[in-house]
Structures are given as C-alpha cells and as structure tokens.
Design a protein around this ligand. Structure first.
Ligand code: GUN
Length: 296
C-alpha cells in the first residue's frame, strides 16, 4: 500500500486565494488587515520563517510591518514596541518570532501582546481559551494540521490521535484541539518510554519532535494518517521531517511530505487569524464580544 500524499502546498494555495479575496473586500471597506512582525537577533531559521510570513502577507494583500531588533536589545525596548503596536489602530495582529534571546523573558513578552491582536495564539488568555474549547486565535501550526486533516477527509471523532512532541507551540495545543474534536489523545515526549508502543496504536500520528528519521515504518499502524510537523536541515543542505518518509509512505494511509506539507499551512493560518482580527475591528468588537466560533 502506498499512502495518499496530503499536499499542504496545494491546500494552502487554495486557501490563500480565498483569503486574498477576503482581504480585498475588507480593504475596500476601509479595514485593510495589518500584521506586525517582531524579529530579535539574526537566527537564520527565524529569518527564513519571517521571510515566508511576510511573503504570504504580500501574496494575500495583507499589510505587513517588520521590526528587527539586534540580539542584545534590552527587554524593555521590545515591550515598548509591543505596547505601541497594541495601540496602533491599523495593526490587527502582532507576532513576535520565537525563540527569543535568553535575556528576554518570554512570559513577559507574550503577556504584553493585546489578546485581541494575538494572532499566534500564545498569550495565556488564548491558551486558556483553547483549554475550555473556544479559542480566540487557534495557534497556527495545529490549526493548519487540523485543516489538512479536514482537506483529506480524515474523521477525528473517536480516533486514536498520538502526538509526538509536547511543545507549547505545537504538541500541547494540538492535543487540546484534537480533544475538542473528541479524539482519544496521547502525548508522547522526550521522556516517553518505548515510543513505538504508543505510535503503533495511532489512527492519526502527528510528529513534532525535531528529530529527523524518528518515526520509522514499524512504528506506524497500517493505514494510519501521518502528519509530519518536523523541519530539519541535514548537513548536506536537504530539508527533512521527523518521519522516514520513504518507508512510512508504504505503510501509512495518508502522509504529509516535508517540505510542502504542514509548513505552508502554518504561514497561511497566520493570514486567517489576521483576517479574523480585522473582521472584529470592522465590527468594532473585542474578542469578548465575538461569540462566533473560529473557522478557516
Ligand atoms: N517559532 C517557531 N514557530 C513559531 C510560530 O508559530 N510563531 C512564532 N511567533 N514563532 C515561532
């Protein structure tokens, strides 16, 4: 059996076209969606991700504003910049690219972002909203994974979903989103004993561990849906995920490639969240008055 490839690039392309139309409509109504991105330091991976984000904004017609600080910028300056963006009437989303240098307190930075503009979904209020099942802004990577599952027609309710990796950015919010959709969720992490014992039970296996080749064919249930969130640069310059694609595709029912799987969706969901925020601005509503459930 050879798995059906879930083509994230193609799904993202269709969504971006739809979002470009929505942005054009909002802009014509005088509420052009705007995203501010803060980058601290010159981490090459972060620069690459930020480049992808600003390009996606251009593609969809979202105004983007990039503010770059040197790696030794005082924490206060970053907090002050966030404060100004919070007040800016034409900025709908604020994103601080992570990781931050060690001298900057991540908790303070995330707490400083106005919940109404927290398009990354990392503010504690947003995390709490995710726990109780009515998120303000779904975090972009898990949101993108969810749409990929939907695009492939994968039912989540009642399924065994196993997540490898328990990060705040991917693993934990992914677990909460799948739980909300009534999957039976297992979260594995670096201290999990006998990883394969868990992964083999997965109907849906989502891997976000940052370890190339971690998941091999014998660890995967025949016909499972395998979503690879990993992006690893090998010494020879190639980019691979956490799943041994060539062997696992012969066993899985569905699989995402790397590159071209989850990555394009993450960036696209940032646009979705920025549009959502601009819609609230257009309606002069804060998140507290917005009782519509999020949708792509
Ligand atoms: N670093 C790695 N992934 C992300 C993300 O989704 N958002 C931000 N802000 N930083 C990241």
């Amino acid at each position: 059996m050879t798995a059906t490839i879930i083509d994230g690039k193609a799904v993202a392309k269709v969504l971006r076209k739809k979002y470009a139309q929505e942005v054009a409509e909002l802009s014509a109504a005088g509420v052009a969606p705007g995203l501010a991105v803060i980058l601290v330091g010159d981490n090459p991976a972060s620069r690459l991700y930020v480049g992808n984000k600003t390009r996606a904004c251009q593609e969809c017609g979202v105004r983007s504003h990039l503010q770059v600080f040197p790696a030794d910028v005082p924490e206060f300056d970053v907090l002050q910049a966030i404060g100004k963006l919070n007040q800016h009437p034409e900025i709908d989303g604020i994103l601080v690219q992570l990781p931050l240098p060690a001298h900057i307190d991540l908790r303070k930075v995330l707490a400083a972002i106005d919940v109404d503009k927290d398009v990354d979904g990392f503010h504690l209020y947003n995390v709490g909203a995710l726990v109780v099942g009515n998120t303000i802004f779904p975090p972009c990577t898990p949101f993108g994974v969810q749409l990929l599952l939907d695009s492939a027609g994968i039912e989540v309710e009642g399924k065994n979903a196993v997540i490898v990796g328990a990060s705040n950015i991917v693993g934990k919010p992914m677990a909460l989103m799948l739980l909300q959709r009534e999957a039976t969720v297992t979260v594995c992490h670096a201290k999990t004993r006998d990883l394969a014992q868990h992964t083999i039970l997965a109907d849906i296996l989502i891997v976000a561990a940052g370890r190339p080749g971690l998941i091999t064919a014998p660890m995967v249930r025949q016909g499972a849906c395998v979503i690879d969130v990993g992006i690893n640069k090998l010494p020879d310059g190639t980019t691979v995920g956490d799943v041994d694609f060539d062997s696992v595709k012969e066993r899985a029912g569905w699989i995402t490639p790397v590159p071209g799987g989850v990555g394009p969706m993450t960036v696209t969901m940032l646009i979705a969240n920025t549009i959502r925020s601009a819609r609230r601005r257009a309606a002069q509503k804060t998140y507290l008055a917005d009782d519509s459930f999020w949708q792509a």
